[in-house]
Ligand binder design. Structure first.
Ligand SMILES: Nc1ncnc2c1ncn2[C@@H]1O[C@H](COP(=O)(O)OP(=O)(O)OP(=O)(O)O)[C@@H](O)[C@H]1O
Ligand SMILES: [Mg+2]
Length: 296
């Protein structure tokens, strides 16, 4: 089954996975994992290892330097493959499907979740692979090519941290707040339920008043649990017949954050502005804020 998934994913075999995992482990100590370390870890001869690394570089799993020595770093798709492999081994996922969303800091795929206790059919879920550090990665790479600087760049830690942060807060909020059910987490990836309906920005609401009220009610419940979304917009809310779901949580803050008040007010204003512009609904920010802060 693992091979199945990985064939769909990127045509990797177990040796490829072992090489990528070796680079991941090596990156704890090295900015660029030396060829000798990889040979030791994978127990492969230089020739076959070098050949396989060539393929991994071509499929964007791994990147290479020759200066000051032959060394390797994992790249996003390679890290995705390791996380996928873990989900498969845990019997969480059985297949990965199409990319259904790309954000500034993530790539989101549809995937199939194995039924619990192996009874029933697989159900569709989504996997969100975090990409924090991608932009700075490109910048750092450019700088490095010119200067060969020695700053240890660790995008995998940034992405992993963001995924853990997002998964933890989703577990804290679910099910009191209406969000996709969090299912599992590994490295920089989160498995969660598919949000119902469609993005608020792409939907024509027939009863906009009800949806605005429901969104503000969810903001209030979230706040009562000690969380502020801090990036709330029509792009991070799904709406269905009679529900709203908030997605995209890694930038959340708690009320003790120095900008907590501004961020909460910005979330609320984003919503009021959107509903004013698109549906001509008028609400007073001050009154809404007061209601949210007054629990219950
Ligand atoms: N649970 C979900 N169900 C369905 N689609 C989802 C889900 N989570 C994410 N998506 C899709 O993937 C896109 C990106 O997800 P998300 O907003 O969480 O990532 P992001 O990279 O942080 O986004 P942003 O560009 O807003 O910073 C969403 O706009 C949405 O289309
Ligand atoms: Mg988003």
């Amino acid at each position: 089954m693992i091979d199945d998934v990985l064939k769909i994913f990127k045509k990797l075999d177990n040796k490829d996975l072992r090489i990528i995992a070796g680079i991941e482990i090596g990156m704890k100590h090295y900015e660029w994992v030396p060829m000798e370390e990889l040979q030791r870890y994978t127990k492969l001869q230089y020739g076959p290892l070098h050949y396989k690394l060539g393929n991994l570089i071509r499929s964007n799993m791994v990147i290479k330097t020759n200066v000051p020595y032959e060394g390797y770093q994992i790249y996003f798709d390679g890290y995705d493959a390791l996380a996928m492999n873990t989900f498969v081994k845990r019997n969480i996922l059985s297949a990965i499907g199409d990319e259904i969303g790309v954000g500034k800091e993530s790539v989101v795929h549809e995937a199939m979740k194995e039924p619990e206790l192996a009874i029933g059919e697989p159900t569709p879920v989504i996997v969100k692979f975090h990409r924090e550090g991608r932009t700075s990665f490109k910048q750092v790479k450019r700088v490095r090519e010119h200067l060969a600087d020695k700053v240890h760049f660790s995008w995998i830690y940034a992405a992993r941290l963001a995924a853990k942060r997002e998964f933890d807060v989703m577990n804290k909020l679910y099910p009191e707040v209406s969000i996709p059910k969090p299912i599992d987490h590994n490295r920089h990836a989160i498995v969660m339920a598919i949000a119902r309906g469609s993005l608020l920005v792409k939907t024509k609401l027939l009863e906009p008043e009800w949806f605005l009220d429901e969104i503000l009610r969810q903001v209030k419940i979230t706040y009562s649990l000690g969380i502020i979304h801090a990036d709330l917009s029509e792009y991070n809310i799904f709406v269905d017949m009679d529900s709203v779901e908030f997605i995209d949580w890694p930038q959340y803050v708690t009320p003790d954050h120095p900008q907590a008040d501004e961020l909460l007010e910005r979330d609320v204003s984003n919503m009021l502005t959107f509903f004013k512009r698109k549906y001509d609904i008028k609400r007073d920010v001050g009154e809404v804020m007061e209601d949210i802060r007054n629990n219950p």
